[in-house]
Write a protein that binds this ligand. Structure first.
Ligand code: AMP
Length: 396
């Protein structure tokens, strides 16, 4: 079964074609600046050179039709009939979705219903579904939610300390994100360990531009650091992570901003970018500056690592122990430097870093020593493959 995986953002569309039976990647690419001047599509058919075309994309439907055109033009498929299914990444499923589902009108309505919880993402996701329905009528589609994996959290983990009535009326609670990645990585850890998924306590650190930590106990997520939106939790590339809510009111007054202005500060001008006095949101730049002794970079990276440490401590308590810790996503997979800064603080768990193994980049590897009490792994995430797997499972 050939599955087209679509990840539709407000002005971008990422896509991959995966053979779900062999799990082989056939084609991948990105449409950028949809609805903005200078839009372009770039794609690579496996084994061929990357192609980039600058072409107008006034809306997502044009982007999807360009993707389909590229698939046939590059010879990856002879006709669109060869695409057996589409798997859509959907950011917010609210409480409506605890797992991936085959898309029908009720599903689209339910995704639209929770759009106020993810106003930048869910409408774009629905536009992606509609565009595919128009251009590939009859092709079955599956929705895979970033929030679904976290729906197993107990009430004590997902409720905020707000009036219960507010939760009941507005569904304001912790949802968590990156669920597809946390699920994929925690399952992979069980596979590497050769133990049943439901027998392990694993902490997954998804450290990328967006970053989150989750606690997976006996195959179920029991807590995660992101909340109602992806702004909560760790300090991220440009997002502040958790702050005292009163900061918003204070900044409105001090910086003479409205709420949207403050939210922009918290989402785009904070995190390691803001903490480093705008050196960069990219850990490659921060790592270089850190090594050179740049105080701004040291401050930002140390704050980030300290937050990760605190979540690992908290989730060890929440699960009454931990067997494995996994690092994934851009920073987690590639930066032995940041991993070591974190792992070296985990002495309280009897964790020891294997410095030689920890040099690894983007590969599955045990990076703790043989006598480490908790095993620490690098596990590359693959959200697109996880979406293709779910799509295949539901439609085969
Ligand atoms: P993601 O959001 O998972 O795609 O991660 C993107 C981030 O990963 C980038 O912004 C960088 O901060 C980080 N990253 C990627 N490669 C490296 C690397 N080799 N060393 C350190 N950080 C990296």
């Amino acid at each position: 079964m050939k599955v087209l995986v679509i990840n539709c953002g407000s002005s971008s569309l990422k896509f991959q074609l995966i053979d779900a039976e062999t799990e082989q990647l056939l084609f991948k690419g990105l449409c950028e600046r949809i609805g903005i001047d200078g839009s372009q599509i770039s794609y690579t058919a496996t084994g061929k050179d990357k192609v980039t075309k600058v072409t107008p994309m006034p809306e997502h439907k044009t982007a999807v039709s360009l993707v389909l055109e590229a698939l046939t033009e590059s010879g990856v498929v002879k006709s669109l009939d060869e695409i057996d299914a589409v798997g859509h990444r959907i950011v917010h499923g609210g409480e409506n979705f605890t797992k991936s589902v085959v898309i029908n009108e009720d599903v689209v309505k339910a995704i639209e219903e929770v759009s106020d919880l993810a106003p930048l993402h869910n409408p774009a996701n629905v536009i992606g579904i509609r565009a595919c329905q128009d251009l590939m009528p009859g092709t079955p589609m599956v929705a895979v939610f970033d929030t679904a994996f976290h729906q197993t959290m107990p009430e004590e983990a997902y409720l905020y300390g707000l009036a219960y009535d507010i939760y009941k009326k507005y569904k304001i609670r912790r949802y968590g994100f990156h669920g597809t990645s946390h699920s994929y990585v925690s399952k992979k850890v069980a596979e590497i360990e050769g133990k049943p998924y439901d027998s392990l306590k694993t902490i997954v650190c998804h450290l990328g531009n967006g970053a989150s930590v989750s606690a997976v106990k006996n195959g179920k997520c029991v807590d995660t650091s992101m909340g109602l939106t992806p702004l909560e939790g760790l300090i991220m590339g440009t997002r502040s992570g958790s702050i005292d809510p009163s900061v918003i009111d204070t900044l409105e007054k001090k910086m003479n901003l409205n709420t949207a202005g403050v939210m922009n500060v918290l989402n785009k001008e904070s995190g390691v970018y803001g903490l480093s006095e705008n050196i960069s949101s990219d850990f490659r730049d921060l790592e270089d500056a850190y090594i050179e002794g740049n105080k701004d970079a040291i401050r930002a990276v140390d704050c980030f690592c300290y937050q990760v440490l605190k979540y690992i401590g908290a989730y060890t308590a929440a699960m009454n122990g931990v067997d494995c810790i996994a690092f994934t996503a851009g920073v987690g997979e590639n930066s032995g430097f940041v991993r070591k800064l974190i792992i070296d603080r985990l002495g309280f768990l009897g964790v020891k870093c294997n410095d030689e193994a920890n040099k690894v980049r983007g590969e599955e590897k045990l990076v703790s020593t043989e006598d480490s009490k908790v095993r620490v792994y690098v596990v590359p995430t693959n959200e697109e493959l996880a979406i293709a797997r779910d799509t295949y499972e539901l439609l085969k």
